[in-house]
Design a protein around this ligand. Structure first.
Ligand code: NAP
Length: 254
C-alpha cells in the first residue's frame, strides 16, 4: 500500500497511459499524486487525469534529475512500443535515482486468417520491400518514420498525421490525411477504397486504437507490410492497467 504522498510518474502519450492516469483517483483516492509526461509531439493532446508535464527531460541525466527534484516514488513507462529511446532513458534514470519502474506494454498484433502480411524488420526493410508490392500505399508509420521512404519515386503515398506538418514531407508523391485515433473499420475501409490503395505499411504497434486499418486491409485482401517493433526494454512488464494498479498498490514491489 503506497504512502499518502506517493508521487507516480507515468511516461505517456498512449491511450493506455491515459487509462491508467484516469484510474488512479478512483482506485487510490488522494493517496497518489499522478503526473503524466508527454513528449509534446502533438499540438492539442487529449486531456489526462491528474497533472501533466510536456517536453523532453534532456536525456537520461535530465530525467534522473527530474525524478529526484519532483520526489517521484514510482514510474510507469506506458509509452508507445516504438518509442524506444525514452524507455531506455527511463531504465537508466530509474536505476540511478533508485525509483521502481514498471513497463505497461501491449502485445504486438498477431496475424489472423485472411491477413496478407509481409513482415519487415524495420522501416528501411519495409521501404525496400515496397517497390514490388504496391503503387498506391497507405503509409502509417508515424511522422518520424517517413524518411525511410524518401527514395521511392514511383509510389503514391497516402499519409495520415494528427497535426499538419510544419514542412513538406520527404516523399516524392503523397496525399495527406489528418486524423487522430481511435479509428473505426468502416471509415478505414472508406479511406482505403476512396484512395484506391493497393498496399498498407504499418508498424506492429499492438493495441486497439489503430487496428482498424489492419482489419480493413484484410477485408479488402490488401497486402500489409508489417514492421516489427524494436526489442522491448528490459524490466518488469505488465499488459493491463489492472496489473499496473496492483503494482502501484504494492508500492512497486513485485
Ligand atoms: P522516443 O524516440 O523514444 O523519444 C525521443 C525523445 O523524446 C526522448 O529522448 C525524450 O526526450 C522525448 N520523449 C519521448 N517520450 C516522452 C515522454 N512521454 N515524456 C517526455 N519526453 C519524452 O519517442 P517517440 O517515438 O518520439 O515518441 C514520443 C512520444 O509519443 C512518446 O511519449 C510516445 O508514447 C508517444 N507516441 C509515440 C508514437 C510513435 O510512433 N513512436 C506513437 C504514439 C504515441 P529527452 O531525451 O529530452 O527526455
Amino acid at each position: 500500500m503506497p504512502d499518502r504522498n506517493c508521487h507516480l510518474l507515468i511516461l505517456g502519450g498512449t491511450a493506455q497511459a491515459a487509462r491508467l492516469a484516469a484510474a488512479i483517483e478512483p482506485h487510490f483516492g488522494g493517496r497518489i499524486a499522478v503526473t503524466t509526461s508527454l513528449a509534446g509531439r502533438t499540438s492539442a493532446p487529449a486531456a489526462v487525469a491528474g497533472a501533466m508535464r510536456t517536453g523532453g527531460f534532456g536525456g537520461t541525466a535530465g530525467l534522473t534529475g527530474w525524478l529526484r527534484a519532483a520526489r517521484v516514488d514510482l514510474v510507469v513507462d506506458a509509452t508507445h512500443p516504438f518509442a524506444a529511446r525514452i524507455s531506455a532513458n527511463a531504465r537508466h534514470a530509474c536505476a540511478a535515482a533508485a525509483v521502481p519502474r514498471l513497463i505497461l506494454a501491449r502485445s504486438p498484433w498477431r496475424g489472423n486468417p485472411g491477413d496478407d502480411w509481409r513482415r519487415a524488420a524495420d522501416l528501411e526493410h519495409a521501404a525496400a520491400m515496397l517497390r514490388d508490392i504496391g503503387k498506391r500505399v497507405f503509409l502509417s508509420v508515424g511522422s518520424q518514420g517517413l524518411g525511410a521512404f524518401a527514395g521511392l519515386k514511383d509510389i503514391h503515398f497516402v499519409v495520415r498525421m494528427i497535426d499538419p506538418p510544419a514542412e513538406e514531407l520527404p516523399l516524392d508523391d503523397y496525399m495527406l490525411v489528418l486524423g487522430r485515433g481511435p479509428f473505426e473499420e468502416a471509415s478505414e475501409l472508406r479511406l482505403l477504397c476512396d484512395a484506391r490503395i493497393d498496399a498498407v505499411v504499418s508498424r506492429n504497434s499492438g493495441g486497439t486504437a489503430t487496428y482498424a486499418k489492419i482489419a480493413a486491409a484484410r477485408r479488402l485482401g490488401l497486402p500489409v507490410v508489417m514492421v516489427a517493433p524494436p526489442p522491448l526494454e528490459r524490466g518488469l512488464r505488465v499488459d493491463t492497467v489492472e496489473e499496473a494498479l496492483q503494482w502501484i498498490e504494492n508500492g512497486g514491489a513485485v
